[in-house]
Design a protein around this ligand. Sequence first.
Ligand code: HXC
Length: 508
Amino acid sequence: MSSTIREVERRRAAARAGGGERRVAAQHAKGKLTARERLDVLLDEGSFEELDMYVEHNCVDFGMEAQIVPGDGVVTGSGTINGRLVFVFSQDFTVFGGSLSERHAAKICKIMDMALKVGAPVIGLNDSGGARIQEGVASLGGYAEVFQRNVLASGVVPQLSLVMGPCAGGAVYSPAMTDFIFMVKDSSYMFVTGPDVVKTVTNEVVTQEELGGAVTHTTKSSVADLAFENDIETLLAARDFFDFLPASNRTGVPVREADDPFDREEPSLDTLIPPSANQPYDMHELVRKVVDEGDFFELQPAHAGNIIIGFGRIEGRTVGIVANQPMVLAGCLDINSSKKAARFVRFCDAFEIPLVTFVDVPGFLPGVGQEHAGIIKHGAKLLFAYGEATVPKITVITRKAYGGAYDVMASKHLRGDLNYAWPTAEIAVMGAKGATEIIYRGRSPEEIAERTAEYEARFANPFVAASKGFIDEVILPHSTRRRIALALRKLRGKRLENPWKKHDNIPL
Ligand code: HXC
C-alpha cells in the first residue's frame, strides 16, 4: 500500500515540477509567477482541486516521444474564490512554452464542459507560445475545440481571461471570445502576427509592447479591459471582480451583506452640476456616491473615457453601471464609446444584472471621421443593446439628454423601467442655440439670442418630458441612491421576454 501511495506522490511531484528548475527560474526572472503559483493567489487557500495532472501529449514527431511532461503544459481544475465555485486553467510556460497541443486543449475543454454543465464561471490564465509547433494541425484542431466551447459558453457562464504572457497567433481568439480580458503590463502581449511578420509584410517597425502590450490593448484597441502592474495585482483584481459576477445566466446576481444604508443621502450631489451647462463635472463622483461603500469596479477606464462602464452593488447586489462622462468629449457618444457600452449592456442582460444608467449626453459626436468610420452602425449597437435588454433598467438623467442619444441611453421608449431626472435635466432635440439657429435661420443675432432664451425656458428642464410620462419622477440629487435602491427592490420580480427568435442580428 505504502509503495502505491509513494508512486502517486512521485507522479504528482513530477507533474508539479513542470518544465524543471531552470525554466521555473527563467519564468521568475521575467517577474512572472508559475502556473501553479498563480492559481494559489487566485483561488481560496487549499481550494484548488486539480484534474488531468497525468495527461501526456500524443506527439511522436520531432523527437517529442522522448519529451513527456505530465500535465502537458496546462494546469486545470476547479476551486473557489471567496467561497464561490470557479473552473480554471493555467498555462505553464515552463512546459514547451505553454504551447497548446491536442491533449492540452482537451484538458481545457474538459473543464469548460464541466463549467457549462454545473453553471460556474471559467477563468483562463493564458501564458503560451501558441500552437504546439511539433503537432501541426492537431494543435489547430485543439484550438478550434476551445473556440467552439467559448462560443457555447458565451452568455451561459461568465468567462474571464487573464493574459499573463505571450498570446500570439490564433491563441488570441480564445480570450477574444471571452467576456473580459485583464493583462499584465510589460510581460503580456496579444497579437495575430508578431513584429517580425509585421515588418516583412508592411515594413512597419514596432515592438511587441507597442503592437500588442497591455497598454496598447487597454487604450487603443480596447481588446482588453484592464492593465495591471504585475501578476499578483492582476490575480487579486480578478478575485475582486469575480465577486460581482453571477455564477451563470440562471443564478441571478450574487448577494452579500451590505452595511451601507439603502437610503443614505448625499447632499453634495445637490451641487454636483455646475452652474454653466458647458462646464464639465466628474460623473465618477455620482457613481461612487450611489453604489455601496463607494465600491465601483470600472472596466476599460483608459479607452473611450466619454462613457463609464463597470460594476457596483446596491444593497449588496451587483448592478451594471453605464454613465456618460462630461469630462471627456463633453460626454458625446462616438464609435468607441458606443461599442464599449453596448458589449457591457449585453453582458449584463445575458447574466440578469440590472442596469443603472446615468445620462448627461449632448448627442452623437459630429464629424466626417465618425461618419465615415460608421458611427451609424456602431451607435446602433448601443441602441440595439439597450432595446433588447430585458433586465431591470433604471435611468437617471442628470443634465443633458439631447437628440438620438436621449433615445439611446435607456430611455422610457426602450423599455426603461424607471426613468428619473434631476431638476437640472434638459431633455430636448438639441441644445437651445443650435435649435434656434435652425428654426430661425437668417434672423438677427439679437432675435436668435431672444429665441434661444425662449427655447431654453421651454426645454432646459425635465418637466416637458415628465408631462408626457417619459420621465417617471423628477428626483432630488441627494436622494438618488434611495430612489435607485427602491427601484431595484420593486423590479426584482421583473419578467419580460422578447419575441421568439433564433437570435437577433445586432449591427456588428
Ligand atoms: C512548441 C514552443 C512554442 C510553440 C515556444 N516554445 N513556443 N514549443 N510550440 N509554439 C518553447 C521553446 O521551444 C522553448 O523551449 C520554450 O517554449 C520557451 O520559448 P523561448 O522562445 O525560449 O521563450 P521566449 O524567448 O520567452 O519567447 C517566447 C515566444 C517564442 C515569444 C512565445 O517562444 C515564440 O515566438 N514562440 C513561437 C510562437 C509562435 O509562432 N507560435 C505559433 C503561432 S501560430 P525550451 O525547451 O528551450 O524551453 C498559432 C496558430 C494557432 O498559434 C491557430 C489557431 C486558430
